[in-house]
Design a protein around this ligand. Structure first.
Ligand code: PRX
Length: 692
């Protein structure tokens, strides 16, 4: 069938980096072709016909104009938003090359705007005040709610007025530690409305991790709730905040106010611990404030939020995004990558504690006036059909999730899926890690009934929005490939010397030139920003990912090439886990590597050396795992602890992780040269202790 397709297709020349791909709208290919690279899945004719970008030619034209005239391209999109005053004539300025001085990106500088205004007031003024902005689905089926754009604006204004009343001003940081209640996007939008900088901390992080972030950004207020139910468990979030605030005080950071939402379905206020003078119930104060709140116009380059992410050292990085460029970029990427139409009902399963929840639960969709579903609970509660129950209940048309969820649901009977209609679905999306072709196929065939294109979006906390992504009506897709760059993005693959490689190749994925949604710095550490991202390959932004480009120009992400592990789409630094392990009094040294994991993508494999004379035991294993849960959070708990009386080190004392990775993955025949080790016998010892 492939030959037949070749016969009828016309070849479209794509821009640099994209190569040549087939141009054919009308054919849907069946199952597997010879190899994954030849495995093309075409959007249906009906889908392409209605799509915002409906052919490779249309993509090519738009892409070329975005590269040839970035100022014109992005100004046109930016002009769709309200600006209190327009940006300076120069739309952007950039220096991406450390050799030419400080790396600095600026977009729409001098323009003043407000993202909360653009997401809410602007849509209401356009006549959409009565449209549902958020459907909220609670942990328990039947526990739900909804807010129209007009109602959402009122709630945002009340909180914004309260925050102003307690002294939060433009530029002040506010830490938000909330589960997926509507109060979470409300809190983000309220901060943005008054120019405060929000820093959302995923509510699965431990007290220690939360304290670390509070100490770094010194917020005026912490916003939380007393507890949350996830599946059948209740988690007392406020108590985690209490401990974090005590820890912060010990480190000289005292937060005067902890605004606490009473999440009645999880816990009554009487049962919550309380510190008079510091803690305030949201319900007691916020509803008393006016439902209108004037907007603080901020410069396009004023900070919007800080989001901590993991890197190659133990200290999380405070990724800073500014207002104007991020607004334009999150909105445009949302619209095109999901082929968004005003009638869509959109559900992204991500938590607002991660970048996906910032750009594609809150800002991107609301800036487009979309109706968003947010879900408080767990996708397998009360059973593995919950997602599809929610899809049918709200008639979800765009469903965006992570490969780890797809793989875990794929393990269960298809009947959990097929018992629901899912007829409303039209676009599926994937994010967080490479999606393996078999999971892609299951998602496509079983969930999407072989009708819905999948947008496999590659991007990062740092990039603010999608970088390489299918445009669902334009491309034949290849299961497992993120396809081609978004408008304005010039990805390149470089070798270890930093030379660009052309054509079919593998190497390090870098980006040439700035883009509006790019992060501007690491909070308080611009030097680390330059060292981590711009020095490894001078003249480029280095993503930290490996990548392959195939003969048709499709990009295939191959995973992190640095000391970061991607567990269930969550980025975890090996150094962070190691530092948590060595904080255990009986652990002398630790080395952590990632291993392939059937569901999570990667699992955490920790080699630990114990303090002299301490015997290894099951009890000790548990308490080492607990140390990581306490320092970072349950999602970072090692899957395996491997007792290592000695670690393979070079004579200069450097741990040879290459060997540890091979031992962890059981590739014992591929250990390579061990003769340069200070003590080669430790390798045999480690192999002998594999199942200990
Ligand atoms: O390794 C890539 C992987 O996730 C990393 C970014 O993680 P984070 O900043 O937490 O953001 C996650 C949500 C955007 C990347 O460096 N990654 C993300 N999306 C994909 C991916 N790998 C392959 N394919 C993707 N679609």
């Amino acid at each position: 069938s492939f030959d037949r397709l070749r016969h009828v297709e016309s070849m479209a020349q794509l821009p640099s980096g994209a190569g040549r791909i087939s141009h054919l709208n009308a054919v849907i290919l069946g199952e597997s072709l010879a190899s994954e690279e030849n495995d093309l899945v075409f959007p249906s004719h009906d889908f392409s016909r209605q799509a915002l970008v409906s052919s490779p030619e249309q993509y090519r034209k738009m892409y070329e104009s975005s590269i040839e005239d970035p100022a014109g391209f992005w100004s046109e999109i930016a002009s769709q938003f309200y600006w209190n005053n327009k940006w300076d004539p120069e739309v952007y300025s950039e220096n991406i090359d450390v050799r030419k001085g400080t790396v600095k990106f600026e977009w729409f500088k001098g323009g003043s705007t407000n993202i909360s205004y653009n997401a809410l007031d602007r849509n209401i003024e356009a006549g959409n005040g009565g449209k549902v902005a958020i459907y909220w689905e609670g942990n328990e089926p039947g526990d739900d709610g909804q807010l129209t754009y007009a109602e959402l604006l009122e709630k945002v204004c009340q909180l914004a007025n309260y925050l102003k009343h307690v002294g939060v001003r433009k530029g002040d940081a506010v830490v938000i530690y909330l589960p997926m209640l509507v109060e979470l996007p409300i809190a983000m939008l309220a901060c943005a409305r008054i120019g405060a900088v929000h820093s959302v901390v995923f509510a699965g992080f431990s007290a220690e991790a939360l304290a670390q972030r509070i100490i770094d950004c010194k917020p005026k207020v912490v916003i939380t709730c007393n507890a949350v139910r996830r599946g059948s468990k209740a988690i007392r979030l406020k108590e985690i905040v209490d401990s974090a605030l005590i820890e912060s005080v010990k480190n000289g950071v005292s937060v005067g106010l902890c605004l606490t939402f009473e999440n009645k379905s999880a816990m009554k206020r009487e049962d919550s611990k309380w510190q008079e003078g510091r803690d305030v119930w949201w319900q007691d104060v916020v509803p008393q404030f006016p439902i209108k709140c004037s907007v603080e116009w901020v410069d396009a380059e004023d900070p919007l939020f800080l989001l901590y992410t993991s890197g190659s050292t133990g200290k999380p990085k405070g990724v800073l995004h500014t207002t104007g460029g991020y607004m334009v970029y999150s909105a445009a990427t949302f619209k095109y990558a999901f082929d968004y139409k005003p009638s869509d009902i959109y559900w992204c399963t991500a938590d607002c504690g991660w970048i996906t929840g910032h750009s594609y639960v809150t800002y991107g969709p609301l800036l487009n006036g979309a109706t968003v579903v947010i879900f408080e609970g767990a996708p397998n509660y009360p059973d593995s059909g919950r997602c599809w129950d929610i899809v049918d209940k709200y008639k979800v048309t765009i469903f965006y999730t992570a490969p780890t969820l797809v793989r875990s649901l794929m393990r269960e009977s298809d009947e959990y899926v097929t018992r629901y209609h899912r007829k409303s679905l039209r676009v599926l999306g994937s994010v967080g890690e490479p999606i393996n072709p078999s999971a892609w196929r299951w998602f496509y065939n079983v969930v999407g009934d072989s009708r819905c294109p999948i947008s496999d979006t590659w991007w990062q906390t740092e990039t603010g929005g999608f970088m390489i992504t299918p445009l669902p009506g334009a491309w034949p897709q290849k299961p497992g490939s993120a396809t081609f760059p978004f408008f304005g993005i010039e990805p390149v693959i470089v070798d270890e010397k930093g030379n660009e490689i052309e054509g079919e190749c593998s190497g390090y994925l870098c980006i040439k030139k700035s883009w509006p949604g790019a992060f501007r710095t690491l909070y308080g550490d611009h030097e680390r920003y330059e060292t981590t991202y711009f020095k490894p390959f001078a003249g480029y932004y280095f993503s930290g990912d490996g990548c392959r480009r195939d003969k048709d120009g499709y990009f295939w992400l191959t995973g992190r090439v640095d000391d970061v592990i991607n567990v269930s789409g969550h980025r975890i630094g090996t150094a962070e886990v190691e530092s948590a392990l060595v904080s255990h009094p009986q652990c002398a040294e630790a080395a952590v590597v990632g291993v392939e994991h059937e569901i999570k993508g990667q699992g955490i494999y920790a080699f630990v050396t114990l303090v002299e004379g301490i015997p290894y035991s099951e009890e000790l294993r548990k308490s080492l795992v607990l140390a990581v849960r306490n320092q970072i959070g349950a999602f970072a708990a090692p899957d395996k602890i491997h007792w290592a009386p000695g670690l393979p080190k070079t004579r200069s004392g450097k741990i040879m992780r290459r060997i540890l990775r091979k031992i962890a993955s059981g590739q014992l025949d591929e250990l390579g040269d061990t003769s340069t080790l200070a003590d080669p016998s430790v390798v045999d010892q480690l192999i002998a202790l594999r199942d200990c």
